[in-house]
Write a protein that binds this ligand. Structure first.
Ligand code: GRF
Length: 194
């Protein structure tokens, strides 16, 4: 168990593949007094991920691994994490699947945000499927990462109502706004048990 002594914050890494709005939000959160985390490392599998601009903007360490050789890249990533003394990994739109071995090494210390009410709508294109199925509710979930996709223990979930006029785009926007509140809350919730 990690105890926060004085203002000491937990060193964290954020893994991204895309535009990084959750990353930006977590960086801003990490700068607040009430945040129990620092962000020490940003990792992407895409060298042109838009979210990498936040590493530049906030002068945070970044690493890019293409995952063409997952085993090799994961070994290097473990080194990076060790060097940056990272305890918590936040997956925020990271599109690669981490190996069982990697997850084992960080058991209970990797969390992910997913734009649906898990266990419903695991995987990709959640909003498309939700709209197509005429669901009345959707939402977002922060969960621990296990070796099964989008299946680890749920930490927090936020439910939202879908209106008749909602489109894939409007729903994605609504949910992303909730994600930005939920992720920091989930982090605050799990830190005492890390
Ligand atoms: C979010 O909807 C997240 O739930 C999903 O990927 C998206 C990432 O968005 N896993 P962003 O890159 O943080 O803007």
């Amino acid at each position: 168990m990690i105890k926060l002594i004085g203002s000491k914050k937990v060193n964290s890494a954020v893994f991204i593949s895309g535009k990084g709005s959750n990353l930006k939000n977590l960086i801003k959160f990490s700068f607040t007094k009430k945040s129990p985390i620092n962000i020490n490392l940003i990792l992407s599998d895409k060298k042109d991920a838009k979210g990498l601009k936040y590493a530049r903007k906030y002068k945070l360490k970044k690493r890019i691994y293409k995952f063409e050789n997952r085993n090799l890249d994961e070994k290097k990533i473990l080194e990076d994490l060790k060097n940056s003394k990272v305890t918590l990994i936040c997956l925020a739109g990271f599109m690669k699947i981490l190996s069982k071995e990697f997850i084992k090494k960080f058991r209970g210390k990797i969390i992910n945000i997913h734009p649906s009410l898990l266990p419903k709508y695991k995987g990709l294109k959640t909003h498309e499927r939700v709209i197509k199925n005429k669901e009345k509710f959707s939402g977002c979930t922060v969960h621990y990462v296990s070796s099964k996709l989008d299946s680890g223990k749920i930490i927090l979930q936020k439910k939202i109502k879908i209106s008749k006029n909602d489109t894939v785009k409007s729903l994605a926007k609504k949910i992303l706004k909730e994600e930005h509140k939920l992720f920091p809350e989930a982090i605050k919730k799990i830190i005492p048990n890390l």
